[in-house]
Design a protein. Structure first.
Length: 395
């Protein structure tokens, strides 16, 4: 009889997706006076009356006035009750707690994003001064949160509304110690994401060994017209438990990402920058096998007369395997994607999405069961839990 051994035993584990929960006033603390005066309310304004009990409860715990709650959180950081209040989750606001969270879970290094809510306060404005200042404030805040522990790897945000501005934002972010650059996936300002004017940004990231990453929030989801059904929208979710990504968004969450990836591959960005790494984070991976097949078919069957496509030195799917790394959701069948989806061992990465609810209550167990179902090899497991992350991050 074979005794099952936990994937965590004797194995390095990195987390390719996690978040902080910005305390009230966090962005303002790092912003210029102009940015403070012009920040927009964002998707979920912090002064909503319904949020105040959650914020006050978190402040009480962080002040040391609810030790029983802190003990319960540490006992099971992934439990549903541990993540209902994002500001109170262990390590979501306090960086010292976050370091302890890594000790508790055995995670070696962790990629940290802000919540997608923070960047909605400036990312969609046409005010370039607010765009630049908002990006710099967010990036300063993320670098500061991670500054006392090299295991915490901050992700910064870069607006791509203007190529020259994007370069300056990216350069400042890298100088601050930002370890990955989160960019929009939609075409902005009438330019394709692969426009040659963005080449200096890709060159900067490639040289610094800082990956370009997409994440929920990079691209537009279902627009309001698709929600106008003439039927009243009913939901029992509260203001905190409601996800910013809805059920109707989920089946098409990757569409903007697929367009972006198609442009970067077909238009030669990954050919020109062979050491540039791309992370597709919290966008799922069920869609990736079909995307890779469709990219190949587009070139082989419909691109016969496109002279630009003839400059590519390999099949589009091979660029994905060489340069793209992705995080499956815990509820997806990572084993199937890895083995039967023909994605291969070099693409998928372990992730927790901590402290967000959609990361699940047992990310280690969910991925372990899926990978065990296909008898993943030691190499495949090592790649999934650490090596692919290290390749993405240039470690």
């Amino acid at each position: 009889m074979t005794v099952a051994v936990s994937h965590r035993e004797g194995r390095i584990i990195h987390d390719a997706d996690s978040h902080i929960a910005e305390p009230i006033g966090w962005l303002n603390d790092y912003a210029s006076e102009y940015v403070k005066a012009n920040l927009q309310p964002g998707v979920r304004p912090s002064d909503l009356e319904e949020l105040q009990p959650f914020i006050h409860a978190a402040e009480k715990r962080l002040a040391g006035d609810d030790p029983d709650k802190t003990s319960a959180l540490k006992a099971d950081v992934f439990a549903k009750d541990s993540k209902v209040n994002p500001w109170s989750s262990f390590g979501s606001v306090d960086s010292n707690e976050r370091s302890e969270m890594l000790n508790i879970t055995g995670i070696e290094q962790q990629l940290l994003f802000s919540s997608p809510l923070a960047m909605t306060r400036f990312a969609f404005t046409k005010d370039e001064k607010l765009l630049e200042g908002g990006c710099e404030a967010l990036n300063r805040g993320m670098a500061d949160f991670c500054s006392n522990d090299p295991r915490l790897m901050p992700v910064g945000f870069v607006s791509m509304s203007d190529p020259a501005l994007a370069y300056e934002i990216a350069k400042k972010a890298i100088d601050l110690g930002i370890k990955a650059l989160w960019v929009p996936s939609d075409a902005i300002g009438g330019r394709a994401p692969s426009h040659v004017e963005f080449d200096p940004v890709w060159a900067l990231a490639e040289e610094a060994k800082v990956p370009i990453v997409l994440h929920i929030g990079s691209g537009r989801l279902m627009g309001p017209a698709y929600r106008n059904t003439g039927i009243e929208n009913r939901s029992t979710a509260g203001v905190v438990t409601a996800e910013t990504t809805s059920a109707k968004d989920f089946p098409v969450i990757h569409h903007s990402t697929e367009r972006w990836l198609c442009c970067l591959i077909y238009d030669g960005v990954l050919e020109r920058f062979p050491n540039l790494k791309i992370g597709l984070i919290e966008l799922g991976a069920n869609w990736l096998p079909m995307c890779m097949m469709n990219l190949d078919i587009g070139v082989s069957e419909l691109g016969k007369f496109d002279e630009n496509l003839k400059t590519l030195s390999m099949k589009p799917s091979d660029y994905v395997r060489r340069q793209v790394r992705a995080t499956p959701f815990h509820m997806e069948d990572a084993g199937w994607i890895l083995r039967h989806g023909n994605v291969g061992p070099d693409v998928l990465m372990f992730n927790t999405d901590y402290p967000h609810m959609e990361g699940g209550t047992d990310p280690f167990g969910d991925f372990e069961r899926s990978l065990n179902a296909v008898d993943a090899t030691e190499r495949e497991l090592d790649n999934f839990y650490s090596k692919n992350f290290e390749n993405l991050m240039g470690l």
